[in-house]
Design a protein around this ligand. Structure first.
Ligand code: CA
Length: 437
């Protein structure tokens, strides 16, 4: 574990808190979640907590004290030889303290009383109130414990601030280590899409393709898929969050795959669309190249100093003109954009932040102003076009759902496409699919 990167982040957060008057930040990890009866979902630490500690055990809380003398305290599970036989290694407070470079650590069971001592006479509590109701109850009980000591001269923090505001701003700019991990998970995920392209054929089922993706993620070390993979053949591609993945792939249909792995707590998010039989039809190729042109225009708008919304506006302009040219929309480019009639075929946004969470932390707007891009930010660029069967649409276009999504890091000179290894042009896709056929 690269302790210095986490130490640096904790120090940055403490400095930001000090500039805002100081206080105590309480950042819990995620609770374990039951899936059914006594079986749990695979455990994933809270992203904020993981960002500051690199620690992945459940039942843990980080406390940062941003006073004149700053310090960090971790509460975590105690060593327990009997439980460790069943559930595996636990660091325990002493071990975690040393491994993570934290100043002090205590057993998780001591959290409330120790926090009450820490919070007394502090100017502010920095906490994500409302995120986790059971944990909120612990915090409220602890504040009341401090308040009950008024006559002993102790005062509870008069101010509660949302620590996520500071952390979101920090997480928006990825450091070199984060970008390195994101490059790796992007490359693994691109290889998974390539594997799917080689595997797909009429008669295969969507879940078989999903299995190929998961195989590729896992064999390269991804802990999880970053989100539930969408493997949508034919009309399923026009359902934006289709995750049934249970249908047979048919000759002549397109297949849309939106899937990415998660590596060391960082997500990739890639969409590729390609023909089940390996050759695009005329109408499929027309729509595909239109979406690809829209994506190129959007990526060209990603550079430091540009605003977040510029990529979307660039994509919409290209898509709207194309849909007019194909007579799927009517009117002038200006009227189609102003009336938003293009939303019949393109109803989602072009980008979201990407990082530890697939829809990552970070503001998109400051008041009415779209966020300004800066080096170190990572966003998806993912225009699409979804044409459902309808009386006023020529049949050749029915059930064509195309999305092309890449992960793009803003650099000093422009941008870097992290997912460049996933084939994207019609020629490249058809060449890959022709291999071994
Ligand atoms: Ca996606």
């Amino acid at each position: 574990m690269n302790v210095s990167a986490f130490l640096q982040r904790r120090n940055t957060l403490i400095e930001r808190m000090q500039r805002a008057g100081g206080g105590v930040a309480v950042i819990p990890t995620a609770p374990e979640q039951l899936r059914n009866r006594d079986a749990h979902f695979p455990y994933r630490a809270d992203s904020y907590f993981q960002y500051l500690t690199g620690f992945n055990e459940p039942e843990a809380v980080l406390v940062l004290i941003a006073g004149a003398e700053a310090s960090s305290v971790l509460f975590c599970r105690e060593k327990n030889p009997e439980r460790e036989v069943w559930d595996g290694f636990r660091y325990g407070p002493e071990g975690a303290c040393a491994a993570l470079g934290i100043d002090a650590a205590h057993a998780f069971g001591e959290f409330e009383p120790k926090l009450a001592d820490i919070l007394a006479d502090q100017p502010a509590l920095w906490f994500s109130l409302g995120h986790d109701a059971p944990f909120d109850a612990h915090i409220i009980a602890t504040l009341n414990t401090v308040r009950a000591q008024t006559r002993a001269g102790k005062r509870a923090p008069p101010v509660i601030r949302d620590v996520r505001c500071e952390l979101d701003a920090m997480r928006l700019i990825k450091d070199a280590g984060e970008l390195d991990t994101m490059r790796r998970v992007a490359t693994i995920s691109a290889a998974a899409h390539l594997r799917a392209m080689r595997f797909v054929a009429p008669g295969r089922f969507e879940y078989e393709v999903e299995a190929e993706l998961l195989h590729e993620f896992r064999r390269h070390g991804c802990e999880f898929p970053a989100y539930t993979s969408i493997v949508a053949g034919g009309a399923g591609a026009c359902v934006l969050h289709y995750v049934d993945n249970n249908r047979e792939l048919r000759d002549g249909d397109l297949l849309l795959i939106d899937a990415g792995g998660e590596l060391s707590g960082y997500a990739a998010d890639i969409t590729r669309t390609f023909p089940v039989n390996g050759r695009f039809s005329g109408a499929q190729a027309d729509i595909y190249d239109l979406v690809l042109d829209a994506q190129s225009a959007a990526i060209a708008a990603v550079r430091p100093g540009a605003t977040f919304v510029e990529a979307h506006d660039a994509a919409v302009k290209v898509l709207a003109q194309g849909l007019i040219d194909f007579k799927l929309l009517h009117g002038t480019l200006e009227s189609v954009i102003t009336s938003e009639s293009y939303k019949r075929f393109y109803m989602h946004r072009t980008s979201h932040w990407l990082g530890k969470d697939v829809h990552d932390a970070g503001e998109y707007k400051h008041g009415e102003q779209s966020a300004t891009l800066a080096a170190g930010m990572v966003l998806t660029v993912e225009p699409g076009c979804y044409i459902r069967a309808a009386d006023d649409i020529p049949e050749a276009f029915w059930n064509i759902g195309v999305r092309i999504e890449d992960d793009v890091a803003v650099t000093v000179g422009g941008c870097e496409i992290l997912t460049i290894a996933a084939p994207k042009t019609i020629a490249a896709i058809e060449a890959v699919m022709a291999e071994g056929r």
